[in-house]
Design a protein around this ligand. Structure first.
Ligand code: SAM
Length: 293
């Protein structure tokens, strides 16, 4: 039944030896910024997508699975997240989800690439849904590494830090933000009961990179929780690693999560108390290597 080739076919790499062929019906943007190649296109199966350096970053038809899973476990686990820092997240969907919490007084989104943000504003309205214009939001165009250094010097403090960066194995610009040194800096930026969460790519296709990221988070935080969610347009279960200075998301019951969502008036399409508990209990996917009998 292989009828993929549309007017255009995207070859979406999952690893060096597996890729998905994706039917593209229209390309709205294709340009190289100072940092990466940016494509915004309409696909048959996933709707409109943002692609950076060949990797799908988010797609209209399945981005809620990713962005709600990235944002709400940390935001719900923190009792009163007022100041939130997002590094990456150029299309604005992570900012959109964080701003759903009325506790948030200030949400700073730092992305290295102005063109990703500007093109997302224009071509990806369903992603940001005007989050960039929220009076609580501030968008800063800067390398997240430099921003963290400046914020530390300025004595800034945050309750939740969300790292929504390109994959650690996909782009050199994000790599330094998956290290123990960086996570220790993030820890210094957090208040005493702060929480950090990062997207961590694929533990199945890139186990060494995943384990290095996991160990780096473990070196900076006393409480570390791993979880993951299937994202069809990625072709794999994307991993998240949460580091906390105290509160443990795995300790929350479905009822407690639902109560907090209700109290805060946070509406979601995928995340709920039951989803939270499921996410906290799903094993991390890795290659199962067995000796031939
Ligand atoms: N959802 C995507 C995923 O799962 O891979 C990530 C979304 S977002 C598009 C990734 C963002 O990280 C991009 O907008 C990119 O410009 C930004 N980025 C990469 N390296 C960065 C850095 N060092 N500082 C700030 N932003 C960075």
């Amino acid at each position: 039944m292989a009828r993929v080739p549309g007017p255009i076919t995207l070859v979406e790499p999952l690893s060096g030896s597996t890729a998905m062929l994706i039917k593209i019906n229209a390309i709205h943007v294709r340009k190289r910024s100072k940092y990466q190649e940016i494509i915004i296109a309409d696909t048959e199966d996933y709707g409109r997508v943002l692609i950076l350096d060949d990797y799908i970053q988010s797609s209209y038809h399945d981005e809620v699975y990713y962005h709600e899973s990235l944002v709400h476990p940390a935001m719900i686990t923190h009792p009163q997240p007022r100041d939130v820092l997002i590094i990456g997240g150029g299309e604005g969907a992570t900012l959109r989800e964080a701003l759903k919490h009325p506790t948030v007084m200030r949400a700073v989104m730092v992305d290295i690439d102005a063109e990703v943000v500007e093109l997302s504003r224009q071509y990806l309205p369903l992603m940001h849904q005007e989050a960039f214009n929220d009076s609580r939001a501030a968008v800063v165009i800067e390398n997240g590494l430099a921003y963290i250094e400046r914020a530390l010097k300025a004595g800034e403090k945050y309750d939740v830090v969300i790292l929504d960066l390109t994959d650690p194995y996909a782009s050199d610009i994000a790599k330094p933000l998956y290290t123990a040194e960086f996570y220790l800096k993030v820890r210094s930026l957090l208040r005493e009961d702060g929480i950090m969460v990062t997207q961590a790519g694929s533990s199945y296709y890139f186990p060494e990179v995943y384990d290095a990221t996991l160990n780096s988070v473990k070196s900076a935080f006393p409480v570390v929780v791993e979880y993951n969610v299937w994202v069809p347009s990625f072709g794999y279960a994307v991993n998240f690693i949460l580091g906390s200075l105290g509160h443990n998301p795995a300790a929350l019951t479905a009822e407690e999560v639902d109560r907090k969502l209700r109290e805060r008036g946070v509406s979601t399409l995928f995340y709920s108390g039951r989803t939270h508990v499921a996410l906290m209990h799903l094993p991390v996917f890795r290659k199962v290597r067995r000796k031939e009998a």
